[in-house]
Design a protein around this ligand. Structure first.
Ligand SMILES: Nc1ncnc2c1ncn2[C@@H]1O[C@H](COP(=O)(O)OP(=O)(O)OP(=O)(O)O)[C@@H](O)[C@H]1O
Ligand code: NI
Length: 416
């Protein structure tokens, strides 16, 4: 956990999130079926914090990340929702470069901004300016990566958002030296070339803890060990000086010692650069190590969200309880690890029930008939802890709780 550990939304006062995903829906249309891989997902990431996304295989973690990065390809499509990236440098740079696709909302009354955005958020407009200072400089605004074109996304990815994948070899080209690739990334994204770019590359390799960096620049990816390769990929991601780093299972292929070192490296880099990090993993143990706040995903939905300590101390959703009980060492005396029976169902149609019901040890009849809304499950108003489960709120009778969910089931962005 970083120094900003456990800062709740309220404690952040007026600070805007660096990234705000709102009611995102990403759907794949294959010959065989329609898959609502991400189905009404909302969450925020602030500067300097690590937000974990956890869930079993197929829950929609990677598709969420790819949606943010503008990497959803046919047969997939973002059908609904907004992805607000609020790094001011990026907003200013994009507004200059794509002025015709910039929407000025500075004269729109606060209560009408949402409508104004909805009206203009077509494929052509993707930069929204909310505030300017006396000189006309943008002081508040966002880039909506859900509606940016590939060309526009290149600009956003260039300086704002970088991604690290599980397999370093998807990011490194085997036929070029590591140095070549990092220098190229630096020349592309920073105002440096030649010797200066090479010097910066050496610095970056040192920053990510690669010993003897100058010599290793001339080596090829296959001459690096798995852990060193992933460090090189992180160096390449840093070459564009990002504000947000999206890590999709970056340590899953590594042994535990190396994994721990990479997690530590990410935390150090975060502290130095005030990076927002989105960290995807299916491993609750890794979540405990690195996350400040956690979103638990199941079948395309966020089913529970909480600060990490609270999630581990007081999990509310039966799915989260199931994930936690499969962590080694957490259940002393248990003869073997419990796992959740069955598989994640593929979300093919709009949710009309709890998608976890069939596997849930606590399910009751209504779970098959009512789609749970996301409700607050804490008394502490300074903490954001929500669950999407008919068992809550648990301080009212079950019938009343079910009724609450039923009345909310047509509402998508929902917090009671
Ligand atoms: N290109 C694609 N075409 C069709 N379906 C896809 C495509 N990419 C993802 N999906 C589907 O979207 C759903 C969510 O996939 P996603 O990769 O986000 O899962 P995940 O949570 O990242 O799982 P894992 O832990 O295995 O990486 C799955 O049902 C998957 O089959
Ligand atoms: Ni994935």
């Amino acid at each position: 956990m970083s120094q900003t550990t456990q800062v709740s939304r309220d404690a952040r006062g007026d600070e805007d999130p660096l990234l705000s995903v709102q009611d995102l829906q990403t759907v794949f249309y294959t010959d065989k079926e329609t898959i609502r891989a991400v189905d009404g997902v909302s969450y925020d990431i602030y500067r300097g914090e690590t937000v974990g996304i956890v869930g079993e295989s197929g829950s929609g973690k990677s598709v969420t990340a790819r949606s943010i990065m503008g990497l959803v390809d046919s047969p997939g499509r973002i059908e609904r929702g907004r992805i607000e990236f609020r790094d001011l440098d990026t907003v200013r740079r994009c507004a200059k470069k794509f002025s015709r696709h910039t929407v000025d909302l500075t004269d729109v009354a606060e209560g009408e901004i949402d409508d104004a955005i909805a009206e203009r958020a077509d494929d052509d407009d993707f930069i929204f300016v909310e505030e300017r200072d006396g000189d006309g400089n943008i002081t508040r605004g966002f880039v909506d990566t859900s509606s940016a074109t590939e060309d526009q996304m290149r600009s956003v990815r260039g300086s704002g958002i970088a991604m690290v994948f599980q397999d370093p070899l998807t990011s490194l080209n085997p036929v070029y030296t590591v140095g070549n690739q990092i220098v190229e990334a630096i020349e592309l994204h920073q105002d440096l070339s030649g010797k200066a770019a090479e010097k910066e590359a050496i610095q970056l390799l040192e920053d990510v803890g690669i010993p003897d960096a100058k010599r290793r620049l001339d080596e090829y990816p296959h001459q690096f060990s798995g852990g060193m390769r992933q460090r090189a990929v992180i160096a390449m991601a840093l070459a564009c000086d990002p504000e947000l780093l999206i890590c999709d299972e970056p340590t899953t292929a590594l042994d535990v010692t190396i994994q721990a070192q990479i997690l530590e490296l990410l935390e150090d880099l975060q502290d130095e650069r005030d990076l927002g990090i989105m960290f995807i993993t299916h491993d609750m143990g890794v979540i405990a190590e690195i996350a400040d706040r956690v979103n638990v995903m199941y079948a395309g939905e966020v089913v529970e969200r909480a600060p990490v300590v609270e999630l581990f101390d007081a999990p509310k959703h039966p799915y989260t309880e199931g994930l936690l009980s499969s962590i080694p060492g957490r259940n002393p005396g248990a003869e073997r690890l419990s796992t959740i029976e069955g598989d994640v169902e593929t979300p093919n149609s709009p949710a009309t029930s709890c998608r976890f019901a069939a596997r849930c040890p606590k399910a009751f009849a209504e779970c098959e008939a009512v789609h749970p809304a996301s409700v607050s499950v804490t008394e502490d108003s300074a903490v954001e802890h929500t669950a999407r489960c008919l068992l809550y709120p648990d301080d009212v009778g079950r019938e009343e709780a079910v009724e609450l969910h039923r009345s909310r089931s047509n509402v998508t962005e929902d917090s009671l």
